[in-house]
Ligand binder design. Sequence first.
Ligand code: FPP
Length: 253
Amino acid sequence: MTMAGNKRGPGPGRLIAGKKIPRHVAIIMDGNGRWAKKRYLPRIAGHRAGMRTLRKIVDFANEIGVEILSLYAFSTENWKRPPGEVEFLMRLPEEYLYKELPLLIEKNIVVRIIGEPAQLPARTQKAIKTALDKTQKNTGMILNFAFNYGGRTEIVHAVKTLCAEVGRGRLSVDEITENLFEKYLYSGGMPDPDLLIRPSGELRISNFLLWQLAYTELWFTDVLWPDFKKEHFWEAVLDYQLRERRFGGVSKF
Ligand code: FPP
C-alpha cells in the first residue's frame, strides 16, 4: 500500500499524491560511533542504537511501498576496526535476524544479501542463511543487506566471472554490454537505487553500489543514524518527488 496523499498522520500525508515513491532506496547507516561518543558511551552502544533505527525504517519503508531497501551494514573496509567492534558488528545481524524474522515473515519481506558472506563468521553466516531460506518465498519488499560489501570488489568479481565465461567459450567479448554486466553484480537483476540516503553529515559514497548509483538521486542529512526517524525518511522521499530525473536527457518543460 502506498500512503502518498494519505491525509492521516503528519508525515506520509505530506508526500505528493500521484508522484512516485522511489522503488529502490539505499541507505549508508552512518554516525553510530559519533552518536555514542556524544553520550560518553562505547561505540558499540551506537551500533545498538543504529539497529533500533533500522527496525523502524524497515517498517516505514515497507509501509509507504518501497520495493527494495538496501542497507550498508558492513563494508570490506570495516575489518580495519578494533577487533571488539568487528565482533559486535558480526553479532548484531545475528541478533537482528533471529529476533525480527517472525515479523519479517509476517510482513511478507524478502531478505537478500549482497557482498561476500563466505568470509563472515560461521554463526553470522548461519543467521543469514536462515533468514534467506525462511523469507525466500515471500513476495513483498526486498530487504537487501550489504554484508562484507565493497563496490570495487563487486565490480572486480563481476569482471572475473565474465572473463571465466569468455575463457570457457560460453560468451564472446562482443556480447558484453552494460545490461549483461549488471547481471554479474551481486545485485544482478535488481533495479538500480532511485534514492540514496546518507546521514551523519558525510558527503561520500564510501564504496557503496558504485555501478548501481550512476543516476541515483543523493540525499544527505547531518542527523546521525541512531537519531534518524521516519520523519527524515519522509523528508528524503518528498525531496526525491520534487526532483526531475533526466538520466542524461533534457527537461520536458
Ligand atoms: C557506520 O557508523 C555504521 C556501521 C559500520 C555499521 C552499521 C550497523 C548498524 C546500523 C547495526 C545494525 C546492523 C544490522 C545488520 C542489524 P560509524 O561507526 O562509522 O559511525 P562514525 O562515523 O560516527 O564513527
